[in-house]
Design a protein around this ligand. Structure first.
Ligand code: FAD
Length: 484
């Protein structure tokens, strides 16, 4: 009974969210709430990724008036995007809706500018054509289009929000290092939209290769799949793609599948540089035996439509190029000039309570930054593990403060190790630098651990069930091949 009435109250609260975002400025609290909200602090969270979404889940939403601003109306479970890109799992199994929290206000918008002195920010709606236009340019550091003044999109007016506390969890974009043609001709794998585009393109390459007018040389080029970047994302995608080729695509396109090739290009000599040496060798050995070419010490100089220009090889024709070479600062972080930043990553330098500082060393106590957009002094890697632990810790800080309890102290990262899926139901698990039991695991046992860990980490029962179902279905009945 108690549960039902709470839900009812929340639902009612959700229906009367202010019609205009400016209400937040003129009416700092929501007078429609079942309890008095006049004393509630406005907590604004920017971003709905690993940092923002985890904070939204864990912060005390009864005591804070929470507003989330993010162009994505969902949280995307990034470790499963490589699988989603080939159909091993359904896209929806990797997503959680931000609107699942009706006791928080949500604006589908980008935060474009923050006025720290007056505790307010400007946001731009990320809906309709504005969303499409800007998302085409988003997720890369070539997004000059995305940086145009927000008013350049007709019909979409920027709005302002006030905050008492601000959490910046906007993540990073994909780095292109200014290499010409990357954004226009390569595919990124940063979000579920990217995974969907990649899946469409793989199937399109196969359909094109089956057209009667196409020559064998053209077929070979169309079915040449290149991955630039030998980090965990690129390597996992290669493994998933290989699974797709050797099972479903072999059955569906027997006449052309032998012409397929997968190659991983990297400026480093090998792949998975962040893993222990023995695991790198294990992965390379597995891939070479499966016919996945590992092209280390290669420098991509530019990308044209269907052509990679590699310094050491010349022109390499391809059907699909997936670009995964690291991270570039989010334009919002770039736009912040008054706060101290890391020289290398350009992320906001933060203390162990996640507060940034001004350039002259003054801590900005009501602003927090977590996840990939932040840099702690001990330089933690930009991973989901770090972002979600930081978010959980920040929730403890904020909850303690609002309840006037002692703060939890300095954040300590609990390193649980790293994992990567290698295809054919094999994986690697590196706990050589982890807290707690250390060691390494490879093969089927590592794969079982990989799957169990991500099943366990699923944010909802619905996705836990959905993932199990899709993993089972793709093993039993194969992945879906329809293109629309
Ligand atoms: C394909 C892939 C696989 C990965 N696999 C793993 C893995 O196996 N293990 C692991 O630990 N890590 C993995 N990572 C890394 C991990 O996903 C990131 O480190 C993590 O997402 C960082 O969390 P974050 O909250 O800082 O940023 P994100 O999760 O990127 O979230 C950023 C959020 O901010 C929003 N946003 C962007 N700009 C604005 C703006 N101006 N205003 C408001 N909102 C904005 C975005 O829409 C998004 O919702 C993977 C990453 C990718 C891309």
């Amino acid at each position: 009974m108690l549960r039902t009435s709470t839900v009812t109250t929340r639902a009612r609260t959700a229906r009367v969210v202010p019609a205009s975002p400016f209400d937040l400025i003129t009416k700092p609290s929501r007078s429609f709430s079942s309890s008095s909200t006049s004393n509630k602090q406005q907590l604004v969270i920017l971003g709905s990724g690993w940092g923002g979404y985890e904070l939204l889940r864990k912060v005390d939403r009864r005591r804070y008036d929470v507003t989330v601003v993010s162009p994505n109306s969902y949280f995307a479970f990034t470790p499963l995007l490589a699988g989603a890109a080939v159909g091993t799992v359904d896209y929806n199994s990797t997503l959680e809706p931000v609107r699942a929290f009706p006791d928080a206000r949500y604006y589908q918008a980008w935060a474009d500018k923050i006025d720290f002195a007056n505790k307010r920010l400007t946001a731009m709606p990320a809906t309709g054509s504005a969303l499409r236009k800007r998302l085409n340019a988003e997720t890369t550091d070539e997004s000059s289009e995305a940086l145009k003044p927000a008013t350049s999109f007709p019909g979409f007016k920027p709005f302002e929000l006030k905050y008492d506390k601000l959490v910046i969890a906007v993540g990073c974009y994909s780095a292109t290092f200014g290499i010409p043609g990357v954004s226009a001709h390569a595919y990124f794998l940063k979000d579920v939209r990217d995974a969907a585009k990649i899946r469409q393109r793989i199937l399109e390459c196969f359909e094109l290769a089956c057209q009667p007018t196409v020559t064998d040389d053209e077929r070979r080029n169309l079915l040449n799949f290149v991955i630039v970047g030998g980090g965990p994302t690129g390597v996992e995608f290669a493994g998933e793609l290989h699974d797709f080729l050797t099972s479903d695509l072999t059955r569906a396109y027997p006449q052309v599948v032998d012409l397929c090739k997968i190659s991983i290009y990297d400026v480093a000599p090998g792949i998975l540089g962040s893993f222990d040496k023995s695991l790198q060798e294990y992965a390379e050995d597995k891939y070479v035996r499966r016919g996945i070419a590992i092209k280390g010490n290669r420098h991509v100089e530019s990308v044209d439509e269907g052509v990679l220009h590699v310094k050491e090889e010349g022109a390499v024709k391809f059907g699909l190029a997936v670009w995964s070479t690291g991270l570039a600062a989010n334009p919002l972080i770039d736009s912040i000039s008054e706060l101290d930043k890391d020289d290398k990553t350009h992320s906001l330098r933060i203390n162990d309570s996640f507060n940034p500082s001004t350039k002259d060393g003054k801590v900005v106590s009501d602003v927090y930054c977590i996840g990939d957009a932040s840099a702690l002094e001990n330089k933690l890697p930009p991973t989901a593990q770090v972002a979600s632990q930081e978010a959980a810790w920040l929730a403890r800080i904020l909850n303690a403060e609002v309840k006037q309890r002692a703060p939890p102290g300095a954040f300590k990262f609990n390193n649980q190790g790293t994992m990567a899926y290698l295809g054919e139901w094999t994986a690697i698990v590196d706990r050589s630098k982890a807290d707690g039991p250390q060691g390494e695991l490879t093969g089927r046992a590592a794969w079982l651990l990989w799957r169990s860990a991500y099943l366990y980490k699923s944010m909802s029962l619905r996705n836990m069930v959905s993932l199990s179902y899709h993993w089972a279905m793709s093993a039993i009945a194969g992945r879906r091949l329809s293109r629309f």
